[in-house]
Design a protein around this ligand. Sequence first.
Ligand SMILES: NC(=O)c1ccc[n+]([C@@H]2O[C@H](COP(=O)([O-])OP(=O)(O)OC[C@H]3O[C@@H](n4cnc5c(N)ncnc54)[C@H](O)[C@@H]3O)[C@@H](O)[C@H]2O)c1
Length: 358
Amino acid sequence: MKEDNVRIGIVGSKFAADFHADSYRRHPRAELVAVAAIDNLEPFAAKWNIANTYSDYREMLKQQKIDLVSVCVPNFLHYEVTLAAAEAGCHVLCEKPLATTVEHAREMRDVCRKKGIKLFYGEDWCFSPSLRRALEIVAEGGIGRPLYIKAKECHNGTHSPFAKAKDTCGGGSLIHLGIHPVGWALHALGREGSNPVVEVIGKCNDGKQDNFVHKDNGGEDFGLGIMKFADGEFALVEGNYITVGGMDDKIEIYGAEGVLKADLTFGSNLSVYSRPGYGYCIEKTDTTTGWTKPAVDEFFNLGYVDELAYAVDCVAKDQEPAYYAGADLGVACIEIINAIYQSHRTGAAVKGRWGEKT
Ligand SMILES: NC(=O)c1ccc[n+]([C@@H]2O[C@H](COP(=O)([O-])OP(=O)(O)OC[C@H]3O[C@@H](n4cnc5c(N)ncnc54)[C@H](O)[C@@H]3O)[C@@H](O)[C@H]2O)c1
């Protein structure tokens, strides 16, 4: 082992763990030393050539020397795994949402800060190459002052049983999918915490029989939120499970002198017409026959590769994460999602101040 490698332990072994492992493998200084999970452990370790496996993540933290822990477990476990990793002296990269409650999210941020632990919040959209280019064009004045953002993540339903149950997910499609547009809108319009969100309005359905399609989901399968920023800008954010045909991640930015649109998932420059179909197109497509646009390096385009490389580099150089990759953004996202749910329940706008740097 080289002295300056960053030793990684992954908690989780399925969907998110897979794109974490893939991204770390691309980084010359990231060393995947261990994985802990309650299932799929050996196939995952074999796929990524990870020598040390644990059915209990606490044992992994005790026995292995780890610099950075990737938290790739269901939402309700982010809190306890992050706090245990911080207690063991490891830096943490936590998947979205940071936690299932505002209280837990704030405690995670505060405990890590007190212990000198870097807590990275995994909002991959902030690292997506096309969205970064979009914000460069905005920053150089290419569309004038940005006034309004429309952003959504939508697909046809979650693969994870933990994400279907309200108590293990923290809600439904808003907290699980809509949190991407919420986090990215904060990054795009919030000016690193100096232009916070001051009011939200939200509407969603109520889970189970109230859902449009997914009657077995405890949380909503459709949700919308409107965020108003202190300087007057608006963002309309959406997360739903009623969208068939593949994961649909899109943003639009309306400026005083221009418009900018990006399509994260259907923007491939490959077009295929296939009668028999083929293996894989994009996340959550259920058919590959007829005309399709297969992703070219999906993990890179969605931002995972650069997000995880950034965390490795920060640990290696002992640098604190920037606002868009850190715990303040993760906490603000949960606070805003919570306020959207509150607005839905009460039918009223909810006022606050969310997204400031603490
Ligand atoms: N950034 C993104 O776009 C993105 C995409 C997918 C998932 N995620 C997030 O990643 C997290 C995991 O989601 P997923 O889709 O991989 O879920 P999944 O259901 O596919 O996998 C859950 C994993 O957690 C492990 N696990 C469950 N309980 C555990 C425990 N007590 N100790 C150790 N491991 C345990 C399981 O072994 C499994 O490997 C979620 O928080 C989800 O929101 C983020």
